[in-house]
Design a binder for this molecule. Structure first.
Ligand SMILES: Cc1cc2nc3c(=O)[nH]c(=O)nc-3n(C[C@H](O)[C@H](O)[C@H](O)COP(=O)(O)O)c2cc1C
Length: 357
């Protein structure tokens, strides 16, 4: 409640007219927190709920993660566990540093609890992220690193472009997320087509084996769009299963606009991907479909419209092993992270005591 009544009004005022200003302000604050080891450690102790779970061979302190896109350059890796997160996905980064699309490019539909963005992978590049992570003190939670295609590189050059990022970042990632689902890089979603995806995943898997040099390989997860038809999604999942992919992140933002109220149709008219509350049911149904279609063989990270602990629990019930939050953090603050972990822990305990009785 403190967040909704105190911090959010200030942040939304800073970001009035351009939501990205509030984002930059918050990130500067979190970067500072990330660098304050003692404060950070005290906050981790106070805020992070223990609800341990192992997924894809990685032990997570709790299954509630930060979704990609908020900490694209890994400037606040120490702050995320201090806010209660059990893991964080940083990036999306690209092989080439790039400025992203012209501003404004992030829009809030407050009453609908939605965000429309067309950031376009603004980031400092994979090499800069690797250097920053190399210099960072030990990170207190598992890190996923999301990689995407540089805008200047044509689709035919995508594989080499992803491989370049993979080589820089492999040593620093607990898992690698392959972003083929952002709507804001022209043509990117075509990499979800079976042929293109098979070639890309085959190359990344082979390079992962080479980089692991005899040690266990890092899990590779594929992040998918919520806008695929069921047959296209079923085909994509088949390719994932045959390519040694460790799991799926479902979902990215949608091109749809259902759920934005008419009073906010100026935001709905902005080009870009929509996240937040209108995505809740869409993403949950995709998670349910992926779980059913793969018979639970591919672990799922559920992402999309988790605004409350109940939404997080519903995502687990639909088949997710882990969840990620972005818009829910903006609208409802870090309380939703702790609340979701607490809710998950309660459910696990209830199941355990039912199994023992
Ligand atoms: C401003 C913004 C930037 C984002 N950037 C990325 C990104 O770089 N890579 C990515 O995989 N997803 C990105 N996303 C998508 C989120 O990771 C998440 O999948 C999506 O917003 C749905 O979750 P939510 O409803 O909790 O926000 C971005 C989302 C927002 C709102």
């Amino acid at each position: 409640m403190l967040y909704q009544n105190l911090a959010r009004p200030v942040l939304f005022r800073i970001g009035r007219g351009d939501a990205e200003r509030a984002h930059d302000f918050t990130m500067r604050w979190l970067t500072r927190l990330s660098e304050q080891r003692q404060v950070r450690n005290a906050l981790i102790k106070a805020n992070r709920l223990s609800a341990p779970v192992t997924v894809c061979g990685i032990p997570f302190p709790n299954p509630i993660g930060l979704a990609a896109g908020l900490d694209k350059n890994g400037v606040a890796v120490g702050a995320w566990p201090a806010l209660g997160f059990g893991f964080a996905e940083i990036g999306t980064v690209t092989a080439l540093p790039q400025p992203g699309n012209p501003q404004p490019r992030m829009f809030r539909a407050k009453q609908s609890q939605a965000i429309v963005n067309r950031m376009g992978f603004n980031n400092e590049g994979a090499q800069a992220l690797a250097a920053r992570l190399q210099a960072s003190p030990a990170v207190d939670c598992p890190l996923g690193i999301s990689i995407g295609k540089s805008k200047a590189v044509p689709l035919e050059g995508a594989i080499d472009d992803y491989l370049t990022s993979l080589r820089f970042l492999y040593p620093f990632a607990d898992y690698i997320a392959i972003n083929v689902s952002s709507p804001n890089t022209p043509g990117l979603r075509q990499l979800q087509d079976a042929g293109a995806l098979r070639a890309l995943l085959g190359a990344l898997h082979a390079e992962g084996v080479r980089l692991a040099a005899g040690r266990p390989t890092r899990p590779i997860l594929v992040k998918i769009a919520p806008d695929l038809t069921e047959p296209a999604l079923a085909q994509l999942l088949g390719v994932c299963l045959e390519s040694g992919v460790a799991g799926v992140i479902a979902t990215n933002t949608t091109l749809g606009r259902d759920g934005i109220i008419p009073a906010e149709d100026a935001v709905a008219a902005e080009p870009g991907g929509m996240s937040g509350k209108p995505l809740t049911l869409v993403s949950r149904e995709i998670v349910r479909f992926v779980h059913r279609e793969t018979n639970g063989r591919l672990p799922i990270i559920g992402s999309g419209g988790i605004m409350t602990p109940d939404d997080a629990q519903a995502m687990f019930d639909a088949g997710a092993s882990l969840v990620q939050i972005y818009s829910g953090l903006i609208y409802n603050g870090p309380g939703v992270v702790r609340g979701s972990a607490r809710r998950y822990r309660k459910t696990v305990r209830r199941h355990q005591s039912a199994a023992h009785s």
